[in-house]
Design a protein around this ligand. Sequence first.
Ligand code: ATP
Ligand code: MG
Length: 387
Amino acid sequence: MSVAMMLENEAMKYAGEAVKYDKMGDKDKAADSYKKAVEQLTRLIKLYPDYTFNRFYVEKVTTYQERIRLLKSEDGEETGIEKFTSFETKQTGAQESAEEDGEVPSEKPNVTWGEVAGLEDAKIAIKEVIVYPVKRPDLFPLGWSRGLLLFGPPGCGKTLIAAAVANEIEAQFIQIDPANIMSKWLGAAEQNVAKIFGGARKTAKAGKPVIIFIDEVDSILGVHTNEVGGEVRMRNQFLKEMDGLQDKGKNYHLYVVAATNKPWDLDWAFIRRFQKRIMVPLPDYATRLQMFEINSSQLELTIDVDLHILTQLTEGYTGSDIKDICQVVRQEVIRELFESGKAEDSTSKPRPLSMADFKRAINNRKPSVSKEMIKEYDKWFDQFKAL
Ligand SMILES: Nc1ncnc2c1ncn2[C@@H]1O[C@H](COP(=O)(O)OP(=O)(O)OP(=O)(O)O)[C@@H](O)[C@H]1O
Ligand SMILES: [Mg+2]
């Protein structure tokens, strides 16, 4: 076992003990164990400054230190463990019930298909992978893919389209992010993965389709230099869960959709488990036009505003750049309104946005993605595409 893993295990052990004593009301012993957990974590952080989990461990250290301070403070009655973060309280129970439904937020995002401009390839892929099998499983005697990887430059709609999918089909939508996978229990990231998949399987087996969405998947499941141990365990657990979905005879609807703007940080073991790998590219002319239409639909424009010309001027810009441009233009007229003092009158309105306003905003803003970056995505796509 590596030194890092030893420190991690020790910290976990002390943290578990601390919570137990804390629950029993044994403040001295609890404080003592929290202190030992903090010591182990601090050593770990110092020894492996680049460890992926460090920022969560730093948070833990702060939380435990705060808890120690409370336990030792005078107003004893105010320090009940119920007031401690609820995740910590459940720490000891966590291991026993890995299959239990997680408290992972599964609220549906309220993005509709219509708000996603362009991205026809991605929309088709999603239909093929998720919508059709859900509607007519009988048409797929050979089974169907469970994994869809969306990758491409930042700000072009990966997160947006994944959110819209959840609305396209009546599915439970579970989002996995670093916060819900790592910070619940110290060192228990792989248990959390198992728990999330366990809960999702239960729902899917009961007949309701489930989509597990992992945004920024590179940050959780990418391969990084200076790995310590926890990341590898978590990644392996994840691969195991993905494999479980593919077993013959599993005909419930559990899908994993992942998104990344750093696909090169993923390793092949991971990539190959996503049978569909789709690029979400920079928006083309028609898509940018649609974006300008979507973004300006709520704004008042002067008649000289020609969205086609704006579309021509923004070649190479991302969807998020275009949104920002529209927001900047809007902010400017609002600032004018306030500076003129007219905003005091609650019926006053900002002046309509003109072509000159938009042109100025475009000139003041360079595209956020460079041509070199786009080449890297194309290269990766050529190598790993699976349409
Ligand atoms: N295809 C699109 N249609 C409509 N709006 C878009 C589109 N792409 C991007 N946008 C706008 O840009 C914002 C950012 O997009 P989104 O978060 O989906 O990008 P992303 O591809 O997930 O980027 P990242 O790789 O940085 O996570 C969206 O909230 C939306 O306002
Ligand atoms: Mg995103």
